[in-house]
Write a protein that binds this ligand. Structure first.
Ligand code: HEM
Length: 456
């Protein structure tokens, strides 16, 4: 994936129009029920109603943007910021001062601090950890024995993020705790976001207790990691050092709370997204043995049979295309929101000041108007000559603009390496009790993927 950049859509002198109301609204709840019942189908159906459409969610009007061109314009425009119910509930749980929820000058300063750790030329330094973790993953599996892909995917994603970005020997035991905590926190967070029944979540039910314990442990872990690095007196060249040494616009060290929230804001989006994508990759390898075989053959032709390494990633073109195609059909981040700073115009439609806007990378990346045989899993559509046909912004799983995921190179490298490492050793079959239907949460992932690794 490369960083795209386009100029925001410009508008003529015509009077801006009122966006049409999407069909199917019912009294009182509007489109809310449909959105809750089947959010993916609902979001995917909206383009038929217009490029920008109004949704009624109870008493509230929300604008949905449906075309690749306008989602790109939205993401690239400074006229929209991160704000609204989704972000407020995230802030309440994870902290208010991290990069993922900040806006304006603080956000720009924070991006400058974290960016060097994710630059393309910084990634090779993470190669040995990525390699070790990818092989440790397959090393834990036994042929024919059921693998719980949810916990395994979480574990490898968290371990890679924690070991690469917050380096340290102490990280082994902590990475395990982190992966268990984050899996629990994400499960509970989505529930709290879509069904915001505040007081109910304070009752001492087992699920609430488990959520609160995991969230508290996550914050405690981050404090421990920061404190330990400080007392060690060491300053390895990593993201944690960059955060500890960061200064604000007046040259003053940033506060403790901001350091804490920054670590949380990097670990949380970095684990669930990668873990969900790994689950889908394993699901794809099980569902399409012909693609699993093609990946295996590519890995063998590149490595000649030795264990695949980070240095091979660039040569693994087909494997990379398998990763991209899996992300097209099952983007971890399936819904994004923004809030209009002032009254503005998007695609000729008036967007009032303060309006919440929503769009779905899932819907955009599966749109029949952008892709031939749009629901087919076809990694070869990313061969250079065919990829040219894909409309701009029709494939942006990492988004674009000032909120673009800083970790696109980091993520693509580990996902390609992991796919290659598991495919070199095994093909996969569904195990008893496996359910690979889509579970909609903060990210998309299979409900409960249980696979049996079978040696080639
Ligand atoms: C932001 C996707 C992995 C850290 C984002 C956004 C997307 C995204 C779409 C933009 C959100 C928006 O526009 O509102 C993904 C996907 C991943 C992935 C699909 C893997 C498959 C990671 C990893 C890390 C990370 C591994 C860190 C270790 C972040 C951060 C932001 C972000 C800090 C907030 C950036 C900002 O607001 O300036 N990610 N991400 N992501 N991602 Fe990722």
């Amino acid at each position: 994936m490369t960083v795209e950049s386009v100029r925001p859509v410009t508008h003529g002198t015509e009077e801006p129009r009122e966006a049409p109301l999407a069909g199917g609204a019912v009294p009182v709840l509007g489109h809310g029920l449909k959105l809750v019942r089947d959010p993916l189908a609902f979001m995917s159906g909206l383009r038929a109603h217009g490029d920008v459409v109004r949704l009624r969610l109870g008493p509230k009007t929300v604008y949905a943007v449906t075309t690749p061109e306008l989602t790109g314009a939205l993401a690239l425009s400074p006229g929209y910021r991160i704000d609204g119910p989704l972000w407020e509930s995230l802030e309440g749980l994870l902290g208010k001062e991290g990069v993922a929820t900040a806006n304006g000058p603080r956000h720009r300063r924070q991006r400058r601090t974290i960016q060097p750790a994710f630059r393309l030329d910084a990634i090779p330094a993470y190669g040995p950890v990525m390699e070790e973790e990818a092989h440790a993953l397959t090393g834990r599996w036994r042929p024919g024995e059921t693998v719980d892909c949810t916990s395994e995917s979480f574990r490898v994603a968290v371990r890679i993020a924690a070991r690469c970005l917050l380096r340290g020997d102490y990280m082994d035991e902590r990475a395990e705790r982190l992966s268990v905590d984050l899996a629990t926190v994400f499960r509970g967070m989505y529930r709290r976001m879509v069904v915001p029944l505040g007081p109910l979540y304070r009752l001492p039910f087992p699920a609430n207790r488990e959520f609160n314990r995991a969230l508290a442990d996550l914050h405690l872990l981050v404090d421990e990691i920061v404190a330990e690095r400080r007392t060690s007196g060491q300053k390895p060249d990593d993201l944690l050092t960059a955060l500890l040494e960061a200064t604000d616009d007046n040259g003053e060290p940033i506060g403790e709370q901001e350091i804490h929230d920054q670590v949380v804001a990097i670990l949380t989006p970095g684990s669930e997204t990668v873990a969900s994508t790994i689950m889908w990759l394993l699901q794809v390898l099980a569902e399409h043995p012909e693609h699993a075989e093609k990946v295996r053959a590519e890995v063998e032709s590149v490595t000649g049979g030795r264990p695949v390494g980070f240095a091979d990633v660039r040569a693994l073109r087909h494997t990379n295309n398998v990763v991209v195609e899996a992300m097209r059909l099952r983007p971890a981040v399936w819904i994004l929101t923004r809030r209009a700073v002032n009254e503005t115009v998007l695609g000729g439609y008036r967007i009032p000041a303060g309006a919440d806007i929503v769009y779905s990378p899932y819907a955009v990346q599966r749109d029949a108007l952008s892709y031939d045989r749009h629901l087919d899993f076809d990694p070869d559509r990313w061969l250079p000559e065919r990829a040219k046909e894909v409309p701009k912004h029709a494939m942006s799983p990492f988004s674009v603009g000032n909120r673009k995921c800083p970790s696109d190179h980091f993520s693509m490298a580990q996902l390609t390496l992991i796919t290659a490492a598991v495919s070199a050793k095994y093909r996969f079959e569904q195990a008893d009790g496996s359910d690979d239907t889509t579970r909609v949460g903060i990210t998309l992932r299979p409900q409960r993927l249980l696979l049996k690794p079978v040696p080639w």
